[in-house]
Write a protein that binds this ligand. Structure first.
Ligand code: C2E
Ligand code: MG
Ligand code: MG
Ligand code: MG
Length: 301
């Protein structure tokens, strides 16, 4: 087993990269068990306005426009395993759909706890290609939103370019069902896929998340800054919201604000937090929490 030093100093377990290694198969079995147990949970990371006014781009960030739900697994033996180490594994099996069903349920429950106590914060959930097969996902969302008396904009789904631009008819059909429900979509990791900027226009998304790889390099690479600028300009011209992922420094937050990027997400503002901490963080900034109309770009001031 490979272990590396995590950012917080905790050991992060990384399963062997070999697809059929016994370690991976064991891990898949463990994940199946984790779904029934209490080993999984969601952490939440805020997305904040980058607007230049009133020091909004500083460490605290400006208005809060939502949070991204990120799956966490505390393995009884290996400790914390990051999603990048088990999601790709789960995506190769039917387990992914069960994982997503769990994540959607958790996110809906959390959204209800927040919305019904005055914190109208949108929760974004990452989904995988397999989740768009059939109508299970829109049906789960429709039932959950109705049961919990939540508007469709309480949830947003993050999909990657690769998934959204897939030619499969089933993908397009499910996307349509989600649009009919009114649940907004965000395009995740933008810039890493192979869809052209122009195709953006034809995708039914409300938000474009610029991949952290460009954002992080912006500070010292003029090329990367130009890429981010052109994405932000295009996203804006299409009337969509731009979000920079992986904002780690003040310098980058300031450049992003100058470029006109709407929102930022990253360690500079806040790391992903357990639900209780996220609730406290949001409560403290209640006045700054902005409700997003579904499918609409927030009014930037
Ligand atoms: P993502 O959707 O692009 O999520 C953003 C990732 O960036 C998260 O990694 C987050 O913790 C990390 N991050 C946030 N701020 C910073 C920063 O300032 N610097 C850096 N370097 N990283 C930052 P995480 O939580 O490890 O998740 C990795 C990926 O795993 C996610 O990328 C997403 O693709 C996938 N994932 C996470 N949770 C789920 C889930 O519930 N379902 C699915 N299908 N995929 C998930
Ligand atoms: Mg995401
Ligand atoms: Mg992303
Ligand atoms: Mg990513």
């Amino acid at each position: 087993y490979l272990a590396k030093e995590g950012r917080t100093g905790v050991e992060i377990y990384q399963p062997d990269k070999d697809r059929n290694s016994p370690e991976r198969l064991t891990l898949l079995g463990d994940l199946r068990r984790a779904l029934d147990g209490r080993e999984l949970c969601l952490h939440y990371q805020p997305k904040v306005a980058l607007a230049c006014d009133a020091g909004a781009a500083g460490g605290a960030g400006g208005a809060v426009y939502g949070v991204e739900a990120l799956l966490r697994w505390r393995h009884p033996i290996h400790g914390a395993i990051g999603p990048s180490d088990f999601i790709p594994l789960a995506e190769q099996s039917y387990l992914m759909r069960q994982l997503t069903a769990y994540v959607i349920d958790e996110a809906l429950e959390q959204a209800a706890r927040w919305w019904h106590t005055g914190l109208r914060v949108q929760i974004s959930v990452n989904i995988s290609a397999r989740d768009l097969l059939g109508h299970a996902l829109p049906e789960q969302l429709e039932a959950g939103l109705a049961r919990l008396r939540l508007p469709p904009s309480a949830i947003q789904l993050e999909v990657t370019e690769r998934i959204l631009t897939g030619e499969q008819a089933y993908t397009q059909e499910t996307i349509k069902a989600l649009a009919a429900l009114g649940v907004p979509l965000a395009l995740d990791d933008f810039g890493t896929g192979y869809s052209s900027l122009i195709r953006l226009q034809r995708l039914a998304v409300s938000e474009v998340k610029i991949d952290a790889s460009f954002v992080r390099r912006m500070a010292d690479s003029a090329d990367d800054e130009r890429i981010v600028r052109s994405i932000v300009d295009l996203v804006r011209s299409l009337g969509l919201r731009s979000v920079a992922e992986g904002v780690e420094s003040e310098a980058v937050a300031l450049r992003l604000a100058e470029i006109g990027c709407d929102l930022g997400q990253g360690w500079l503002f806040c790391e992903p937090m357990p639900a209780a901490d996220a609730t406290a963080w949001l409560r403290e900034r209640l006045a700054a929490v902005q409700e997003l109309g579904h499918g609409l770009r927030p009014e930037m001031t």
